[in-house]
Design a protein around this ligand. Structure first.
Ligand code: SF4
Length: 453
């Protein structure tokens, strides 16, 4: 979905490369929107662009190295066209700051995720200067959260689904995580602004909204409205058929939010991504997660009691400092107990700027790899079994686009976040009714029944 057309003189073309989570993808939609409002249009490749932005993520190992290697490629373009403007945005920008210029002096500006509102001004100034004065802007402002929503340039395959930011930053201090450093403390968007955006999207044909935030369930606006109030209000907006929110922190999954999820069924989807990270209370303590294994399981139970059909996804880190075989066994037993439908799992590696650097990384590399393989094999067998129970059932799927593995087929998602692949006549953004005829651990195969819309 495009943002409002710009009435400015054409300025040239922009190209944005994005890494990371949904928050980063959505930040790129805002960066694109602010350039579009200035009169820029999207370039098909970096080669054709006048402005190149790298919207970086520092969650993955060696993120900065990956960024510098990409910059090396972009440098060749700048050698041919010295007027090209290069900006580094996102979490690596925040973390590395000035250091980026030392290794890549051809970069023109560095901008943290909380100061992206100044992008138009920075681009205007730098392109107007004969001798460019490079800038670093890593202040924690409210720019990103206060971005005018009618300018967001959503680039997804269809307009039926949209991300909406409700909270930025994080007040937790998990020892392995850089987010509180790169994105700052929590700031919340007033609920009336969030609802205005939801209504405006619904008027343009969007019917699935995903609320975003690093700790989305910590949302509390200046009037005291929480995610519970927001779910109630958003589910009443005409035209909205599906609501999701990500990422939730287990410690902040309150009874009020769980009640709202149940009360707003079926609009609030029966799926929750609830990162546990470890099944051992001792390791959770070392991670400074703020809950125990028992407390986490109580939340799962409380959600299942309210919403029997709810399914869960999670994130797990194996081989965190001090994790023993016994701790790891507790993670495996938690996996068996909860039976997640999806699990993103990683072997721990120390990240620059995080508190866990002070802990001794005492699980040998081979041990981490071996634990990760055991965990993934177990999860695959759980998923295999859980996916099979869908065979023969009828589901409603929001069509996302052609399947990644076979462009002749379509892919879509059920309210429970199951990926379904199917053949037939349809289009991205449509809702289809499908009968499930086959399953794999990671996706389902469906057959069209009758179109829903
Ligand atoms: S809750 Fe923990 S893992 Fe999540 S963003 Fe905050 S510090 Fe990072």
């Amino acid at each position: 979905m495009a943002g409002n057309a710009s009435d400015k003189q054409p300025q040239g073309r922009y190209y944005i490369e994005t890494w990371g989570c949904q928050m980063n993808v959505h930040d790129s939609e805002k960066l694109a929107g602010s350039l579009h409002a200035e009169g820029y249009t999207k370039a098909e490749s970096a080669e054709d662009a006048d402005v190149i932005l790298l919207n970086t993520c520092s969650i993955r190992e060696k993120a900065a190295e990956k960024m510098f290697s990409d910059l090396g490629r972009i440098r060749a373009i700048k050698n041919r066209r010295p007027e090209l403007l290069i900006g580094v945005c996102g979490c690596v920008a925040q973390q590395e700051g000035e250091a980026i210029f030392r290794r890549a002096p051809y970069v023109d500006f560095v901008m943290g995720p909380r100061s992206t509102g100044s992008l138009p001004e920075t681009v205007r100034r730098l392109r107007g200067e004969t001798v460019r004065k490079r800038t670093v802007d890593t202040e924690y402002r409210r720019d990103s959260i206060e971005f005018p929503f009618d300018r967001i340039r959503r680039e997804g395959p269809h307009s039926a689904k949209a991300f909406v930011t409700i909270i930025e930053g994080c007040n937790h201090r998990c020892t392995y995580c850089i987010v509180p450093t790169t994105r700052g403390r929590e700031v919340y968007r007033p609920m009336d602004q969030v609802l205005a955006e939801v209504r405006s999207l619904a008027e343009r044909g969007t019917y699935e909204i995903e609320f975003l935030g690093q700790t989305v369930n910590a949302y509390r606006d200046p009037e005291g409205n929480t995610l519970a109030e927001l779910l109630h209000a958003a589910s009443e907006v005409e035209g909205i058929r599906r609501l999701r929110f990500t990422t939730s922190h287990p410690a902040q999954m309150t009874d009020a939010i769980m009640d709202a999820m149940a009360a707003c069924r079926p609009i609030v989807c029966p799926y929750l991504h609830l990162p546990v990270q470890s099944g051992s209370t001792e390791v959770l303590k070392a991670m400074r997660r703020g809950y125990t294994r028992e407390r986490y399981l109580e939340k799962i139970e409380a959600l299942r009691a309210r919403i029997p059909q709810i399914t869960f996804g999670t994130d797990i880190i194996v081989g965190f400092p001090t994790e023993t075989e016994e701790d790891f066994q507790q993670t495996l037993s938690l996996l068996r107990e909860v039976e997640y439908d999806s699990c993103y799992s990683f072997a721990y590696s120390p990240r620059p700027g995080t508190a866990s650097l002070e802990l001794v990384d005492n699980v040998p590399q081979e041990e981490k790899a071996e634990r990760l393989a055991r965990l993934q094999a177990l999860q695959k067998s759980i998923q295999e079994r859980r996916q099979r129970r869908w065979i023969g059932r009828e589901v409603e799927v929001l069509v996302e686009g052609p399947s990644k593995t076979n462009a002749e087929r379509w892919t879509g998602r059920t309210p429970e976040n199951r990926v379904v692949i199917f053949d037939g006549e349809t289009a991205p953004g449509r809702l289809e009714r499908l009968e499930i005829v086959e399953s794999t651990p990671f996706s389902l195969r469906g057959r069209q029944v009758t179109p829903v819309s």
